[in-house]
Design a protein. Structure first.
Length: 212
């Protein structure tokens, strides 16, 4: 039995209900740290006050001095995204990744993400599900022939869900979010990065307010 994601729409985003975004860690007092580091350039520590970090961060972003944002980092666990999604996110080379391995993890009971364009087209959905079922059967048969997981995985489609942990500094997260929530970005990564943005905006609101 296939286990597709469920879909609806929220604003400009298509919702993949199988995907989960969990913030594992973020630099404590991230915005204060950014200000502390940035003011070292000017030795202007005397200007630090209760809300001075907000004015300072807005200034450096406006002036394009984004390197100061690299002093703070955030780590997310993303589950339920497809291998198509993870193939895209790992292209951001200034981030660090640890991903579920199809070489070591048995995928006999894999879950899938079904694109909305296919989900909404009965004829296309039939073709899609037939291939998924054949892939599932082929994987099981190969394992039954004592083919190792690292080789049996060659029959698995990009629709299979995967788990990944991503760490990046806040400058890189801004870049990823700007690139991947842009209107022409692929729908799945757009949705997931939109969720990441909402999470980051709660913990470092001044850093991400212009993107929200």
């Amino acid at each position: 039995m296939d286990k597709p994601g469920k879909y609806g729409t929220t604003g400009d985003f298509t919702v993949n209900d199988t995907a989960k975004v969990e913030l594992l860690a973020i630099t404590p007092n991230a915005e204060r740290l950014i200000e502390e580091a940035g003011r070292t350039c000017y030795l202007s520590f005397d200007k630090m006050g209760e809300d001075s970090h907000k004015r300072f961060i807005r200034m450096i972003i406006k002036n394009g001095h984004h390197s100061v944002l690299e002093h703070a980092c955030a780590t997310f666990r993303i589950t339920g995204g497809s291998r198509s999604f993870t193939h895209q996110i790992v292209r951001h080379r200034m981030a660090s990744f640890s991903q579920q391995s199809q070489r070591y993890v048995d995928e006999h009971d894999f879950h899938i993400v079904t694109p909305p364009s296919i989900q909404g087209n009965p004829e296309a959905l039939k073709v899609f599900n037939e291939l998924i079922n054949k892939s599932r059967e082929a994987y099981a048969k190969l394992k039954g022939m004592e083919i190792r997981k690292e080789d049996a995985r060659f029959v698995l489609p990009n629709a299979v869900t995967s788990e990944i942990v991503v760490s990046a500094n806040l400058r890189e997260w801004r870049h990823i979010i700007e690139m991947r929530t842009e209107k022409n970005a692929q729908w799945e990564i757009r949705e997931i990065c939109g969720r990441i943005l909402k999470e980051l905006a709660q913990h470092a609101p001044t850093v991400f307010e212009d993107l929200v």
